[in-house]
Design a protein around this ligand. Structure first.
Ligand SMILES: Cc1cc2nc3c(=O)[nH]c(=O)nc-3n(C[C@H](O)[C@H](O)[C@H](O)COP(=O)(O)OP(=O)(O)OC[C@H]3O[C@@H](n4cnc5c(N)ncnc54)[C@H](O)[C@@H]3O)c2cc1C
Length: 86
């Protein structure tokens, strides 16, 4: 079934990730990006932490599902610690 065409492409965008900036305990920063929101812990696609910018392109430092599970584990521990204090 000619004619056939080919083009060279690269991945440009596969979604929207990392909306909320978090600290290593997965606690959310306020909009000022300096102070923390008390009692709010963010995980998975909504949390920053697994991407870096390299020459203008998004590069993942960790697989999405691994990040969802590991960030959830960290956030769960942090939330438990927070609830024990309040
Ligand atoms: C088509 C596709 C293919 C993918 N392939 C891969 C892959 O091969 N490898 C990989 O690592 N990643 C892959 N991903 C990405 C991966 O699935 C996501 O990064 C990961 O599932 C995000 O986990 P999460 O817990 O952050 O969010 P989600 O898995 O989206 O979980 C959020 C949950 O919250 C629930 N929810 C939403 N609002 C509310 C509410 N108000 N109250 C209660 N519950 C609510 C939703 O129903 C959902 O169950 C893929 C994603 C897509 C869409």
């Amino acid at each position: 079934m000619p004619p056939l065409y080919a083009s060279r492409t690269t991945l440009g965008n596969d979604g929207a990730f990392g909306g909320v900036k978090v600290n290593p305990d997965m606690q959310a920063y306020k909009a000022d990006q300096k102070s923390l929101v008390e009692g709010l812990f963010v995980t998975g696609d909504f949390a920053t932490g697994r991407h870096c910018a390299f020459n203008g392109h998004k590069r993942q430092a960790i697989n999405d599902l691994s990040w969802a599970v590991s960030s959830g584990f960290l956030a769960g521990n942090s939330a438990t610690g927070y609830l024990k204090k309040v």
